[in-house]
Design a protein around this ligand. Structure first.
Ligand SMILES: [Mn+2]
Length: 329
């Protein structure tokens, strides 16, 4: 764990300050649940805080906010805060429309930033040393918060941890002894059932997602590199959702690219977990950072699910990806 902070430090920094708990753009369950866990903890220390969401909250996270009757502010005015705690992100790109203001105010030291994240970090991250709690071995940011605030006890806090873990492991497609232990202890202390946790993590996808997936499947290409089967496709929306689904069709690696409305090209990559372990393969280190070397842009994610964003075309970024994988395997 990259931990430059104690719990006492965090409380001290937040006390008597205006505190913003910020999720990543398109807040998901893990990001929102982590912010809410921190809000519950801080409120017990008599510290008020505001949860902020850049651009948009996804359906599942919204359902969670409604259930807990939690208020959140879309695109909060960053000028009104002295401390900004961020959850489940550590790159400026993931701040969406807040990026520009954030960088400007952060450079002017208008506020202090503390990062809680379980993604692979590097020197281009918002915070790399000091004000951060970062641990790649945690399966979710909720698990990281749970371990960081290990003496805190509150049934909703534990319930939120279960939700974050179940969501970010894709219902335990990945796991570790530690994650099962933390889940089990949290579920017991939450006074809720496993079905209650499942209720929040079930996904019903909408027609937009269905059509994106079917179109991407229709134009997908299979590339075989020795024993490695890669599926590639392009789609203008829902790249990460489509990449996950295409992987489940039977590929070892799936790569889905498209141009977003803002003109940036996105590549969503997924790797099968058994394949990843056998080949000691890491999507971030073995593929996306190498794409970044060639095409610039920004990279985020984990060994098995990651994303690149930058200036290119979908065809170009897929061609570069296949070239890199051909050298690797
Ligand atoms: Mn997460």
């Amino acid at each position: 764990m990259l931990n430059g902070l104690s719990v006492k430090n965090v409380v001290k920094k937040c006390k008597n300050n205006r505190v913003l708990l910020l999720t990543h753009e398109h807040a998901d369950l893990d990001s929102f649940a982590s912010a809410l866990m921190m809000q519950i903890f801080l409120s017990k220390q008599k510290i008020n805080s505001t949860i902020g969401v850049p651009s948009h909250i996804n359906e599942q996270a919204k359902k969670l906010a409604d259930f807990f009757k939690t208020d959140y502010v879309l695109n909060p005015d960053l000028k009104s805060f002295e401390v900004v705690l961020i959850f489940d992100l550590n790159s400026f790109e993931q701040l969406g429309p807040l990026k520009k203001d954030f960088i400007e105010l952060y450079n002017k030291k208008n506020f202090e930033v503390i990062v809680f994240d379980h993604h692979v970090s590097n020197k281009t991250c918002i915070v790399y040393e000091g004000n951060c709690v970062i641990d790649e071995t945690m399966v979710s940011t909720t698990q990281l918060i749970y371990n960081f605030l290990d003496t805190f006890s509150n049934s909703n806090f534990f319930f939120l941890n279960c939700i974050g873990i179940l969501e970010d492991t894709g219902h335990f497609l990945v796991g570790s002894d530690k994650c099962f232990l933390d889940f089990s202890v949290s579920l017991k202390k939450s006074n809720k059932t496993y079905a209650d946790v499942l209720f929040f993590t079930k996904t019903e996808f909408d027609n937009g997602e269905r059509i994106a997936l079917l179109k991407a499947a229709q134009r997908s290409k299979i590339t075989r590199i020795r024993e490695v089967i890669v599926i590639t496709s392009t789609v203008s929306f829902y790249q990460s959702f489509v990449a996950t689904k295409l992987l489940n069709f039977g590929a070892h690696i799936s790569l889905v690219s498209g141009v977003e409305r803002n003109g940036l090209c996105t590549l969503s990559a997924r790797a099968d977990s058994v394949f990843k372990d056998i080949n000691n393969f890491n999507l971030v280190k073995d593929l996306l950072l190498l794409i970044k070397e060639k095409l610039g842009g920004e990279v985020g994610g984990h060994s098995g699910a990651a994303q690149w964003k930058g200036k290119s075309t979908p065809e170009e970024v897929l061609r570069v990806s296949i070239d890199i994988l051909k050298k690797k395997f």
